[in-house]
Write a protein that binds this ligand. Structure first.
Ligand code: PLP
Length: 355
């Protein structure tokens, strides 16, 4: 493995108020960079001061959106140490995204080493207020200066980090979600399972419609029947129907969330029945009418476990658990965040301590 060169930032920034971080606004002092060229492969791993790139206007990512990204967090424990949650899963998923987008994959050991060294160098940027963390954003984009549709022969892989608080301004108050029935996010055979920028660009219009109606997020239906529930903007989605926990199955159009996989393991560990199965919006409305829809929540690295209070579908509106966080949602939140911040023992081996 090539040694990572380090160029320290000689003018570090003033850190933001840790009680007012919001999400994705502040960036730490350093970033990791690695270049790819078809002649030499990935090369020149380095940590440098956070700052702009210089790319040509003809850089292929700007025209054909050949890029992928990831998202994970570094958590500050009560003893002051810092730890990552399942970083190898993010690394593997990023390489899956790369394969889908014809981007050369990354060496897993170098990727992990880069994240460790970057977080350790900017360790003072890992906040310690309750519910705060250092969000880690690895991404790769195509830089070959060429107008013409083919896979780029040059790329930049970069990792930046951002101290964050709650993803939704609502915090743990239930979010309201809008069911989109015109636009679709993804179809089987497409890129829905990849974390690639274009997937999100295509969702912005529905997001704006939802926002105008006072809804925080969009719930996507499948692209063929516009009937089966897929996921929410940046979260996988969950429903408690009587005592069955239901989440849509991964079928190529849904992002395989690491939080989703972790929830499945935790719920099974507790003895719940978890059904990864198709759930139509009509079944959900009927369950709500019959009183069997007890709780709903979303899961994702950024949003953690986020209760869902209202769902709007056309002119039908349902409210779940009187718009309050449900008992199972709360229990899952407490357990998962307990492991992530090191407040409880991790029975699954998910934690990687950095110090
Ligand atoms: C990142 C993401 C998720 C959640 O994945 P995690 O690994 O749990 O963070 C869910 N859906 C979409 C569309 C995403 O981009």
């Amino acid at each position: 493995m090539e040694k990572i060169k380090i160029e320290r930032n000689t003018s570090p920034k003033t850190k933001p108020d840790p009680t007012k971080l919001g999400f994705g606004t502040y960036f730490s002092d350093h970033m990791f960079v690695l270049n790819y060229d078809s002649e030499v492969g990935w090369h020149d791993p380095r940590i440098v001061p956070y700052g702009p790139f210089s790319i040509e206007p003809s850089a292929m990512v700007l025209h054909y959106a050949q890029e992928v990204f990831e998202g994970l967090k570094a958590y500050r424990r009560a003893d002051g140490g810092v730890q990552l949650f399942r970083p190898q899963s993010n690394i593997r998923r990023m390489n899956e995204s790369c394969l889908r987008m014809s981007i050369p994959t990354l060496d897993e050991d170098l990727f992990l080493e880069a994240m460790k060294q970057l977080v350790l160098l900017d360790i003072d940027w890992v906040p310690s207020e309750p519910d705060t963390s250092l969000y880690i954003r690895p991404f790769v984009f195509a830089t070959e200066p060429h107008v013409g549709v083919h896979a780029s022969r040059q790329y930049i892989f970069c990792i930046i980090t951002s101290p964050v608080g709650a993803y939704y301004p609502e915090g743990m108050n239930p979010v309201k979600i809008f069911v989109e029935n015109q636009d679709v996010r993804a179809v089987k055979g497409g890129t829905g399972f990849s974390k690639t920028g274009g997937n999100y660009a295509a969702t912005l219009r529905a997001g704006e419609v939802a926002e105008r109606l006072g809804y925080a997020q969009v719930l996507w239906l499948d692209g063929i029947h516009r009937k089966y529930i897929e996921e929410v903007g940046s979260m996988n989605v969950w429903f408690l129907l009587d005592d069955e926990v239901v989440t849509p199955p991964l079928g190529g159009s849904i992002l395989p969330g690491i939080t989703r996989a972790s929830c499945i393991d935790i719920l099974k560990y507790w003895g719940y029945t978890v059904s990864e199965r198709l759930l139509s919006i009509d079944e959900l409305l009927a369950a709500s009418a019959a009183g069997s829809l007890k709780e709903a929540w979303g899961s994702g690295t950024a949003a953690v476990i986020s209760p869902i209070g209202d769902i709007l579908y056309g002119d039908k509106k349902i409210t779940i658990n009187s718009g309050k966080i449900g008992a199972l949602t709360q229990k899952l939140y407490d357990f998962l965040t307990g492991i992530q911040w090191g407040r409880i023992d991790d029975p699954f081996g998910w934690i990687l301590k950095l110090n």
